[in-house]
Write a protein that binds this ligand. Structure first.
Ligand code: NAP
Length: 243
């Protein structure tokens, strides 16, 4: 399987949990060192993993990632397209470059990863694609993240048509929508943001990478074989309260 954005945070959690369940994991991120650390940890724990440096926003690097997975493990049956960035930028001062950076990574990068892995996924008797979207965009809004929200909502539009197109090949395409998950990326928003978020969540804590990884594990399992084009919100109830 291939996990993009797997050198830390949610992607790392996904790679590690699938590794513990016997998956043979390609750990992909732009930074080779971080990817190698995660792959090394999975191997030390008795699993199988390969680190690949890849910027998913670059079509040739996405293709090279899929080729490396095929060469090393003989195929791809599961893709977790998770790589994403969330730099805040108020709309009034947002530049087209800032918009493009977020859309290129989060939306186009997901498409490029799917498209690169598709030939191998088609050959697999067990094709699964799990996208990491977000509550931000599909369900909620948050100041500073209009570009991010657009990218995450866009992923769901992509998912629904991809699910229809790929169903005849037996490939399912679903998305996990995390709430606020305690990751290195989220920590960059500062203590005040984290505290505000935790207090607004009915389950009274930020989510963990494992909370999201378990949802991805389910969507990639035999038990989820008849589920496609669907979203699974994992947010501790954050989007439930009225008013
Ligand atoms: P994170 O801690 O910042 O980790 C991001 C991962 O993606 C890193 O491994 C990073 O490694 C990689 N990455 C970034 N840009 C990349 C690119 N162009 N190509 C390949 N890899 C790339 O972020 P996170 O919090 O785990 O978020 C992961 C995903 O969950 C994102 O899609 C995010 O939108 C989504 N999400 C997160 C939260 C949350 O609360 N944390 C909530 C909702 C949704 P390199 O920098 O080395 O490339």
């Amino acid at each position: 399987m291939v996990v993009t954005g797997a050198s830390r945070g949610i992607g790392r959690g996904i790679a590690e949990i699938f590794g513990r369940h016997g998956g043979r994991i390609v750990v992909a991120a732009r930074g080779r060192e971080g990817a190698e650390l995660v792959a090394g940890g999975i191997t030390e724990a008795g699993g199988e993993a390969l680190a690949v440096a890849c910027d998913v926003a670059d079509p040739s690097q996405a293709r090279a990632l899929a080729e490396a997975a095929e060469q090393h493990f003989g195929g791809i049956d599961i893709l977790c397209a998770n790589a994403g960035i969330f730099p805040a930028a108020p709309l009034a001062s947002m530049t087209p470059e800032q918009w493009d950076e977020v859309l290129d990574t989060n939306l186009k990068g997901g498409f490029l990863a799917v498209s690169a892995c598709l030939p191998a996924l088609r050959r697999s008797p067990y094709g699964r694609i799990v996208l990491t979207s977000s509550i931000t965009g599909p369900v909620t809004g948050y100041p500073g993240w209009s570009h991010y929200g657009a990218s995450k909502a866009g992923q769901l539009g992509f998912m629904r048509t991809a699910a229809i197109e790929l169903a005849p090949c037996g490939i399912t395409v679903n998305a996990v929508l995390p709430g606020n998950i305690a990751t290195e990326g989220l920590a960059a928003n500062g203590e005040a943001y984290l505290a505000e978020m935790a207090s607004a969540i009915p389950l009274r804590r930020l989510g963990s990478a494992a909370d999201i990884a378990n949802a991805a594990l389910f969507l990639a399992s035999d038990e989820a074989a008849y589920i496609t084009g669907q979203t699974l919100v994992v947010d501790g109830g954050q989007t439930l309260p009225e008013g």
